[in-house]
Write a new protein. Structure first.
Length: 195
């Protein structure tokens, strides 16, 4: 059976359209893969704040309405949403704008972290750290609010650090100072100075 020229062109066009549809679906599926995180709030002696590594200009993926989450045993462990996100596969980092991160603890605690910008460091499906800046607001169980200009969450130590001016507000008091370290497990906060 011989195909006419017009039939060959139609088949070639259909194959190209199918290729682009499949590529688009795969890109969306990859951008919605799960990741992992635990987020913490302050306590203890000042520990050096982990420094972010700026993503290279190499390979990267740009996504609008960025969303990632991890579900374990049918329960959401953490999730992040942002108006825009760039993923840098070589560094395993995501640079986000207008980001909100939620961490759901086994004991029922919920931590929400909002920031104009965030740099997430991941390893496979695990979130290692989050560097947030630009009007950072951390809310623990909807009862305690931390406001600062920049903060860092470090999974290994399960702590959050804020090097600059901070304000903590809960139902009992309001506290201001400079420099904060907090522990999510113990829910203890320590302000370094100017309390």
């Amino acid at each position: 059976m011989r195909l006419r020229r017009r039939q060959s062109q139609i088949i070639a066009g259909a194959v190209l359209v199918l290729f682009f549809v499949v590529a688009t679906l795969l890109a969306r599926t990859n951008s919605e893969q799960n990741t992992q995180i635990s987020l913490a709030l302050p306590n203890a002696t000042p520990t050096p704040t982990p420094e972010p590594v700026a993503p290279s200009e190499g390979s990267r993926f740009m996504l609008k309405d960025f969303h990632r989450s991890e579900t374990r045993d049918g329960k959401t462990v953490w999730e992040v949403r942002a108006t825009q996100g760039q993923f840098f596969p070589e560094e395993q980092q995501a640079k986000l704008r207008e980001a909100t991160i939620w961490v759901y603890r086994k004991n029922g605690d919920i931590l929400q972290l909002r920031a104009k910008e965030a740099l997430l460091k991941v390893q496979g499906a695990a979130l290692l750290s989050a560097h947030a800046s630009g009007g950072v607001v951390a809310i623990m169980n909807a009862t305690t609010t931390l406001e600062t200009e920049s903060a860092v969450y470090d999974k290994d130590s399960n702590k959050i650090f804020a090097p600059g001016a901070v304000k903590i507000v809960n139902e009992r008091a309001e506290q201001n100072g400079i420099g904060l370290e907090g522990n999510l497990e113990t829910r203890a906060f320590k302000i370094s100075k100017d309390v």
